[in-house]
Design a protein around this ligand. Structure first.
Ligand code: MEV
Length: 309
């Protein structure tokens, strides 16, 4: 029997732009997914066959890892699906960790690479930020070239990403989940279509990359006012790219009096927003009064962890 757990994530800066190779910063959070693999007479996931469409990430992980099996996989997750908190990445990383541990244990860089392939395959287009953050944990900064804290480099066609570890100080974020499940693939495609036909779109993507670099520096300096201002600017650009949602705007307006800044996190189109705050109870209350579900999350959590029994 092999067990692997992997964390969800929130993106502090740079979602969508990172798909084009721009910088982005994400942190692992204290909501996790666990995958368990037991030898069995036939393949199953949570008691249903491997080809069940609900488990396409796990089925892809089985194929990508080359596991022969058959195995009975059990997946348990505390991360709401389609919430922007990295549920599909955590499921993929946890499944790959358990699959490899049950046959040929793998290093994190291999898991990160295979998990990225799985997400890319299922979504149609993706960046490696979610899967690498779930694998490595802590904070992960994507850059266009190799720098200090380098973890690994991942590539798809012309695009490449250099993933780095970053130490970030403790920060308090409250996530506001709209309850609207938005699939990432179509939102990523929408931004691509916009950027393909409009040079303004490409300029916005580049500006988000610049905001990420400034935001990472402001976090290092613990300048929360600057971090919050940059989150607000990032949010305006995400709205302009067409991945916002009126509920996200409502939550962001509701938390404004109690937070340094707020923005959507992940793919958008519903999903969740995050607020940086030192008044988490008031922020959580404001989100719930506006009709959302609030999660106070702890950042900088451990990455994937395997156990074999
Ligand atoms: C989704 O959590 C983040 C996106 O940038 C997509 C990706 O990076 O694959 C929207």
């Amino acid at each position: 029997m092999a067990v692997c757990s992997a964390p969800g994530k929130i993106i502090l800066f740079g979602e969508h732009a990172v798909v084009f190779g721009e910088p982005a910063l994400a942190v692992a959070i204290d909501l996790r997914t666990t995958a368990r693999a037991d030898s069995a007479k036939q393949w199953s996931i949570n008691g249903v066959p491997l080809h069940d469409p609900h488990y396409k990430y796990v089925r892809n992980a089985v194929e990508r890892s080359g596991t022969v099996g058959p195995l009975s996989m059990t997946i348990r997750s505390a991360i709401p699906e389609g919430s922007g908190m990295g549920s599909s990445a955590a499921v993929t990383v946890a499944a790959l960790g358990a699959l490899h541990e049950s046959s040929h244990p793998a290093e994190p860089d291999l898991i990160a690479s295979e998990a990225f392939d799985v997400e890319h395959n299922v979504q149609g287009r993706a960046s490696p930020i979610d899967t690498s953050t779930s694998t490595h944990g802590h904070a992960v900064l994507v850059l266009k070239k190799r720098s200090s804290g380098f973890l690994w480099r991942l590539q798809k066609g012309e695009r490449q990403w250099f993933l780095h570890h970053r130490d970030v100080p403790p920060m308090t974020f409250v996530v506001g989940h709209t309850g609207i499940e938005a699939a990432t693939g179509p939102l990523v495609e929408k931004v691509r279509a916009f950027c393909d036909k409009d040079a303004e779109g490409r300029k916005m993507v580049a500006e988000i990359g610049q905001i990420t670099l400034e935001g990472t520096e402001a976090i290092r300096e613990k300048d929360w006012v600057a971090v919050g201002g940059l989150m607000d600017r990032n949010q305006k650009l995400l709205n302009a790219l067409g991945v916002g949602h009126e509920k996200l705007d409502q939550f962001i307006a509701a938390v404004r009096p109690f937070s340094y800044g707020a923005k959507l996190t992940g793919a958008g189109g519903g999903g969740s927003m995050i607020a940086l705050t030192d008044r988490p109870d008031e922020v959580a209350r404001a989100i719930e009064t506006a009709g959302g579900r609030a999660f106070k999350v702890l950042t900088g959590q451990r990455g994937m962890e395997v156990a074999c029994q």
